[in-house]
Write a protein that binds this ligand. Structure first.
Ligand code: FNR
Length: 363
């Protein structure tokens, strides 16, 4: 089929598939239920086209952006993904080093198989001012949440990314079929060690709670000076509420299609969120970003930057640290190229009207 020529990312995806234990590959690749949201995230980008502007004398592209005061060399950050040591023995440390070397923001998962202090240390060994943000699931016990926040603060994380799209665990059909529900022996969710209520030397299970509300978010805000990024925003009214609550940035996300399977593709939810709060705080997006064109489409629709989850896991599983570096460098180069082809020097030159829906050109 035309439109499916291999790319650096698709080749890394394939290589990762041959290297991974099939059960772990299913864990990384899978989505919720019938995997509609998972498929739509990628498909929705392909339903969109970019209208280039010409003869604007834009000069060489500048891909750098500022994210909550942290400079990122490209408008792409690493979204949090769990259990990276199942992808490669170097796991989160490899991701941290490659992301720091690429000069962008790493959001490290609360469900990582490496402790957050080791992740930040690995990033800082590569680049003293490397930005690492901590992804947090608010826990039903405020003492446990507090202990996790202190851990992230002590490790030098620059922001807390609160994932709010998971009042319960999504149903993962592939994991159910494979009987994959726990980390294999020898691996643990290291951030969950030695928390209030944890068994001596052991880890506490990560809890999802449908009882969480804006009150819990307010409590968290009062308990830390770190800026808070709210992850999993899809409804514009929630975006407004988050802005009113003093959240520093929003991340439009459907958890890579792993939670609500009826959720829309994130790029389709983005415009309404930007219209609601885009003038008040940065709006980020993740889900289905696989190329520089996808990145530029999201930027033109008003995102400040976008995250990649699975592409980083493909690079990691295929080639370790070097593979993650290749994914980020490929995306950086593609973004620069597409910006230039669109007549833009940087994302500030892009406008909403440059994104059009394919197939509707003849009204
Ligand atoms: C995730 N995601 C995720 N999100 C989060 O807030 N905490 C987490 O621990 C995880 N873990 C996780 C594991 C795996 C294997 C995947 C694929 C995803 C969701 C992630 O942050 C992000 O929203 C999506 O991965 C973005 O979609 P793409 O780039 O994978 O299409």
């Amino acid at each position: 089929d035309s439109g499916d020529a291999p790319t650096v990312l698709s080749e890394l995806r394939e290589k990762a598939g041959t290297r991974l234990d099939p059960v772990h590959r299913d864990f990384f690749e899978g989505g919720a239920d019938a995997e509609i949201a998972l498929a739509e995230n990628e498909r929705a980008f392909r339903r969109l086209a970019l209208l280039p502007r010409i003869l604007r004398g834009s000069g060489p592209a500048d891909t750098a952006v500022t994210l909550l005061g942290d400079r990122a060399a490209l408008p792409v950050f690493v979204s949090p993904t769990a259990f990276q040591r199942l992808a490669h023995p170097d796991g989160e440390l490899a991701t941290a080093r490659a992301t720091a070397a690429a000069g962008t923001v790493l959001i490290t998962s609360m469900a990582s198989t490496t402790a957050v202090a080791e992740v930040t240390a690995a990033a800082r060994a590569v680049r003293a001012d490397a930005a690492v943000w901590f992804q947090l699931y608010l826990q039903p016990s405020p003492e446990v949440t507090d202990a996790l926040v202190r851990r992230a603060e002590r490790a030098g994380c620059g922001a807390l990314v609160v994932t709010a799209d998971s009042p319960v665990f999504g149903h993962r059909a592939r994991d159910d079929r494979n009987g994959f529900h726990d980390l294999p022996a020898g691996f643990a969710a290291e951030n969950m060690r030695d928390l209030p209520g944890a068994p001596q030397g052991g880890t506490l299970d990560i809890a999802m709670s449908p009882g969480l509300s804006w009150d819990d978010l307010r409590r968290l805000r009062a308990a830390t000076r770190l800026p808070i990024v709210l992850k999993g925003v899809l409804h514009p009214d929630d975006a407004r509420r988050a802005a009113d609550e003093g959240v520093a940035a929003l991340l439009v996300s459907n958890h890579g299609g792993r939670q609500l399977d009826a959720a829309p593709a994130t790029v389709e939810a983005l415009p309404a969120v930007v219209a609601a709060v885009g003038d008040r705080l940065p709006v980020l997006l993740d889900g289905g970003v696989r190329s520089g064109s996808d990145v530029v489409i999201a930027l033109a629709l008003g995102a400040t930057a976008v995250g990649v989850g699975r592409p980083v896991l493909w690079g990691l599983a295929a080639e370790g640290e070097a593979g993650v570096a290749r994914v980020l460098e490929q995306l950086r180069a593609e973004v620069a190229h597409v910006l230039t082809l669109c007549g833009a020097r940087d994302s500030g030159d892009l406008t909403r009207d440059q994104v059009v829906v394919r197939g509707l050109g003849v009204a």
